[in-house]
Design a binder for this molecule. Structure first.
Ligand code: ADP
Ligand code: ASP
Ligand code: MG
Length: 415
């Protein structure tokens, strides 16, 4: 078998952890597999580098950020290759450039365009274990790029797709994908398998266990992915195509995202073209808008428009909105950053009703006010005050009967 193994930040968070990873890689090789390893930066490293940059500039150039951030994964890749070598197995580390990971030029959020394999593939063919620095690539003009937070997952899935690997193993600090974040709800249950679509919703709604774009990629190319722990040998969670059994489960997970901000434009003139003008300007700045709510005006004169964006974009979105608002003659613009989105997800919602009602009722019972609602075929999301996030996740998880009594979990949290 050809196996791609990706190790996250906690899994390579110390020299001891890196040695343990090397042992696992060696084990897979000993069993006769070809192995390609992708590593994240050691835990906390990327945040540390971002912190250093922020002490110099409020808005550093994307190009410089990418060169800076790519260094974290280079370090862990080289150390991991050394550790595998120490165990008597041939291994070589490669940067994104050396592995031929070609991206577009959208710095800090680059998209992979193709993977040529570069030196890494040559090494693999010679029986060497390539250890590729995750999260990074190179543009056609040789600029270093990074793939967005959590981007090593994408490197792994994309490399697995390019090589036609039999399996892409994502090693992390939890035993698999749970019904919700096990850090918040200890009763959360590990899922044996989950469909690409549900995983996509869970990821995009905040469950960081897999990066959203990596799941999109896995779905598009049918890459078999398993999420499992690097701290034990428990079987993980398979991310696979939907099957009939999955529809029987109405809600399979609860997710939350505290990384949101809400902007409200108060008393906008109620006439055609207003929303188009506002959201054109926001889209023009490459800002993704999530939920939009527009009230119907009762007097035919003015209406409020609220929308949410990622916190990272909130300052820019606010400035753009304020400029437009002056032109439109709205009353004022307000922003709240103390909000969170909680969501329930399940492919069974396509064929079962009452999920939204149960969700609203559960939040109401705990006096949690809903500010905005958004639904799709397989999810319902509510924007709430962020101080109730953990409570909301717990009571929703309970209301939809997702939990289990936890026995010995084998779960161990790394640094
Ligand atoms: P890595 O560094 O290995 O990439 P991440 O921190 O990015 O790991 O992702 C793993 C974390 O995702 C877990 O520690 C857990 O707290 C969090 N998480 C959030 N939602 C879920 C979920 N539904 N299932 C499993 N883990 C989740
Ligand atoms: N090191 C990067 C991050 O922290 C990429 C990753 O870990 O996947 O976001
Ligand atoms: Mg991650």
């Amino acid at each position: 078998m050809l196996i791609v193994q990706k190790y996250g930040g906690t899994s390579v968070g110390s020299i001891e952890r890196i040695m343990a990873v090397a042992k696992r890689v060696a084990e897979a090789k000993k069993q006769g597999n070809d192995v390609v390893v992708i590593v994240s930066a050691m835990s906390g490293e990327t945040d540390k580098l971002i912190g250093l940059a922020s002490r110099i500039s409020r808005d550093p150039e994307g190009r410089e950020m990418d060169l800076l951030l790519s260094s974290g994964e280079r370090t862990s890749a080289a150390l991991t290759a050394m550790a595998i070598h120490e165990l008597g197995f041939p291994a070589m580390s490669f940067t994104g450039r050396q592995a031929g990971i070609i991206t577009n030029s959208l710095h800090t959020e680059a998209k992979i365009e193709k993977i040529t394999g570069g030196l890494a593939i040559k090494a693999l063919k010679k029986g060497v274990i390539p250890v590729i620095a995750g999260f990074q690539g190179i543009t056609e003009t040789s600029e270093v790029t990074t793939l967005g937070r959590g981007g090593s997952d994408l490197t792994a899935v994309a490399v697995a797709a390019a090589l036609g690997a039999d399996l892409c193993e994502i090693y992390t600090d939890v035993d698999g994908v749970y019904t919700t974040d096990p850090d918040i709800v200890p009763e959360a249950k590990k899922l044996g398998k989950i469909s690409y679509d549900e995983m996509l919703e869970l990821a995009s709604l905040g469950a960081k266990v897999l990066q959203t774009r990596s799941v999109e990629f896995a779905k598009k190319y049918g890459v078999p992915v398993v999420v499992r722990s690097s701290f034990n040998n428990n079987p993980g969670t398979l991310v696979v195509k939907e099957d009939k059994d999955m529809e029987k489960v109405v809600v399979s997970g609860v997710a939350y995202d505290k990384n949101q901000a809400k902007i409200t434009v108060v008393a906008v003139p109620d006439k055609p073209g207003v929303a188009a003008k506002l959201f054109d300007a926001i889209a023009g700045a490459n800002i993704v808008v999530d939920i939009i709510v527009q009230n119907i005006s009762s007097d035919g004169k003015a209406t409020d428009i609220s929308f949410t964006v990622a916190k990272a974009d909130s300052g820019k979105a606010l400035r753009i909105t304020e400029d437009i608002v002056r032109e439109l003659g709205a009353e004022e613009v307000k922003m709240r950053e103390d909000i969170a989105k909680v969501s329930v997800i399940g492919v069974g919602m396509r064929t079962h009703s009452g999920v939204a009602a149960k969700m609203f009722g559960t939040l109401a019972k705990h006096n949690i006010n809903i500010m905005m609602i958004s639904t799709s075929e397989i999810k319902v999301s509510c924007i709430i005050d962020s101080k109730y996030t953990e409570l909301a996740v717990r009571v929703l998880h309970d209301a939809f009967g997702l939990g289990e009594k936890r026995g010995k979990s084998g779960r161990k949290k790394g640094g």
